[in-house]
Design a binder for this molecule. Sequence first.
Ligand SMILES: Cc1ncc(COP(=O)(O)O)c(C=O)c1O
Length: 389
Amino acid sequence: MVAAAKQSASPPIPLVDLQKQRAALGNRIRAGMEAVMARGDFILGAPVTELEAKLTDFSGAGAAITVANGTDALQLALMAMGVGRGDAVFVPAFTFAATAGAVVMSGATPVFVDIDDDRLTMDPVQLEEQIAGVRKAGGLRPRAIIPVDLFGRPADYPTILGLAKAEGLLVLADAAQSFGATQATPQGATKTLGRVGTLAPATTISFYPSKPLGCFGDGGAILTGDLAIAEACRRLRGHGFDHTGEARQVGLNSRLDSLQAAVLLAKMEAFEDELRARRQAARWYDTRLSAKLRTPLLETEDHSAWAVYAIRSPLRDILQQALTEAGIACAVYYRKPLHLHAAYAGFGAGSGSLPTSEKVAEEVLALPMHGYLDEATVARVCDTLLATL
Ligand SMILES: Cc1ncc(COP(=O)(O)O)c(C=O)c1O
């Protein structure tokens, strides 16, 4: 209590410090935006083409198609993959509403799967059970899996891809939170490091401002090595028109604008450094907190992009209050798993059906995390937490 009162005189600590990033990169960003205004190529202009090439190079995916936001990216990818009415799409219950919302908007039916208690991503054992359950119930056709890279950590793609192959299902990675993360993937007897964008046949990302690579508004992209999916996404983001001007399929208007692309191009120059800084901040948190609190898995075979650093505690609400009183921003992602929200309850089996998702929702607390955190700031957050326990 005393410690918290003393600390409240200190400057507030934001959850994501976009002002520090602006101080570091503002001139580059302004120059890019000025160039767009001078040229006037606001829609699908030069920066969009350049960004798509840079995203392709950076990720190692075969193609990048930028779109208006990460939710549209999911919907467009599902449409491009031919997923729709009568199809069951398996999604984790502990994720942002967009993952399941895009499935519903594509005409398909989301089937919720529980998460793994350690990594917080889709539990492959539960996934197998849910697929078997849908096959047994009849009615819906098991069609696709959308693993979510929660908080920046890649889902267990090696296991999920193996299961998808055995079951004849498509896989679309929801990497809205994990662009920049890597995973060691089996290549015969050895393992190679793959970046998000190459871990699944198709991947979607978000450039929402607080994401690891964020713009100054909404934005998103689809990354894929499947050229048929890439072509279909390109058509579908512009009302389904092909290069001859024929509308082949009903699509959306979902383009990333050139000003946002210019912002992202400037930010990509610092992105690797920012990812390193996030990893360092995660290690500082872990060193100070792991003896007393449940901290996220550190580096295993996956390197998280650390979009979110979330601790877990049964005292979550007390810790949240203490941080808030000390001027330290924190947040709960997510207070309820999707199968307990009114909009999605009809697709789930109610309270108690997905116990790990339900328990984690009561325990998680996201601490300040971004590419410009220093050790003293992390120490202040940790001291406040430890003094409250
Ligand atoms: C897991 C996940 N999927 C999808 C999205 C949707 O991205 P956007 O906000 O760009 O539509 C988000 C955004 O927060 C997300 O966290």
